[in-house]
Design a binder for this molecule. Structure first.
Ligand code: SF4
Length: 112
């Protein structure tokens, strides 16, 4: 136990090895980073192409209810939905997702 004493004392007076994200030391995303997706409901034609191509089932489209639903916690940020969308209604931001305590689901009503 005594052999650990120098390490314990050193750690008591040194900076933590980890970052206090998201409170401090937030880094800029690296070049080409792909973040969360966003839908422009004015452009969406509810074609379901995004939901068909999504590998993780993060998008649900209901043309009957005119609703587009996104599950951010299922999304792997691959960008396939953005690339396949014929209307260019989906965009992807460049920011790291903030930690969360609840699994939010985003439902957007698409106008006629
Ligand atoms: S970025 Fe990829 S995983 Fe996320 S919703 Fe689009 S297709 Fe699905």
């Amino acid at each position: 136990m005594a052999w650990m004493l120098p390490t314990i004392i050193k750690n008591l007076f040194s900076r933590p090895a980890t970052r206090r994200y998201p409170y401090k030391d937030i880094r800029e995303p690296f070049l080409g980073y792909r973040g969360r997706i966003h839908l422009d409901p004015q452009k969406c034609d509810l074609s379901r192409d995004c939901a068909r191509v999504c590998p993780s089932g993060a998008i649900e489209v209901s043309p009957e209810d005119r609703q587009w639903t996104y599950h951010p916690f299922r999304c792997v940020y691959c960008g396939a939905c953005m690339q396949i969308c014929p209307q260019r209604a989906i965009t992807q931001d460049k920011f790291y997702a903030k930690p969360a305590t609840t699994k939010e689901i985003e439902t957007i009503n698409v106008p006629l």
